[in-house]
Design a protein around this ligand. Structure first.
Ligand SMILES: [Zn+2]
Length: 275
């Protein structure tokens, strides 16, 4: 198994001081969309989250909407998962599986670029996106990102206990080293993805947290990060409970690397460790 850490989209909002407490009033932050591309021995390529896709790059007005004014995405097709897969010498159809932390537009944008892939996710997340119940849910999900009718493979939140998490499970047609576990709070059916790589575990925590300081001991955050997360979380208490579980996982085990989707330093550190 070989694992690539990719950023499939970059946001450069003028929010650096607000989010990270440094830089001028109009300084830009740089937020990646951290995805994994896993080369498996017998199951083809597996993509964990898909970032922004070709259509977001070509039609930002329609596909990203007003959020583009705040989030300032870099509109460059070479950042998309499909173009990075091709640059590595693979074909679109080599990506046979996509595992999603959740269906926000910056995680599901590339779904349409791999129309034949099986899409693994928690059933609660699919339900939230298909039948959004609140204004927050109605605004966050973009149904045109799955109008190609993907081969969904939804899962109930059941499984085996694992390192503080109640229900970790294997995924259909995927190797046993790739596991999913419920990590709700940011969205209804948000999931974490754990991958065993030799003696180490890599844990993609999606948007369960946004800033590396939230994993540090003691916890370090900023007012801006806190305000932003409160705006986008469907269940704040659930988010905090799962953040504590992730922190216990990170600090209780030397063989675990936990990372979130949008922290640039975490992405760079993991890319620098890659063979
Ligand atoms: Zn996100």
């Amino acid at each position: 198994m070989r694992i690539h850490h990719l950023s499939c989209g970059t946001f450069c909002p003028r929010l650096r001081r607000f989010l990270y407490g440094s830089g001028g009033v109009l300084a830009r932050a740089e937020m990646p969309c951290h995805c994994l591309l896993v080369e498996t021995d017998a199951h083809g390529l597996v993509l964990v989250d898909t970032g922004l896709g070709i259509q977001e790059m070509r039609n930002p007005v329609e596909r990203i909407g007003a959020a583009r004014y705040v989030m300032a995405p870099v509109l460059d097709e070479s950042l998309t998962a499909i173009r990075q897969v091709e640059a590595l010498g693979f074909r679109r159809e080599d990506v046979r599986h996509i595992v999603l932390t959740h269906l926000d537009f910056d995680h599901a944008g590339g779904l349409g670029d791999f129309p034949e892939a099986k899409v693994h996710l928690l059933a609660a997340e699919k339900n939230a996106a298909m039948a959004p119940a609140t204004r927050l849910e109605k605004n966050r999900y973009k149904e045109f990102q799955w109008d190609h009718d993907p081969l969904w493979r939804p899962y109930e939140p059941t499984g085996e206990p694992w390192r503080g998490f109640a229900a970790v499970r294997e995924l259909e047609d995927l190797p046993p080293e790739i596991l999913m576990f419920p990590l709700p709070g940011h969205t209804r059916g948000h999931a974490g993805v754990a991958i065993q790589d030799g003696d180490e575990w890599l844990v993609h925590a999606g948007d369960s947290y946004f800033y590396r300081g939230e994993m540090e001991q003691p916890l370090r955050t900023t007012r801006g990060i806190d305000i932003y997360q409160r705006m986008v979380a469907v269940d704040w208490n659930q988010r905090l409970e799962n953040l504590e579980r992730l922190r216990a996982l990170r600090h209780g085990h030397d063989d675990v690397q936990v990372f979130c989707a949008h922290d640039l330093d975490e992405l760079r550190a993991l890319q620098s460790l890659a063979p």
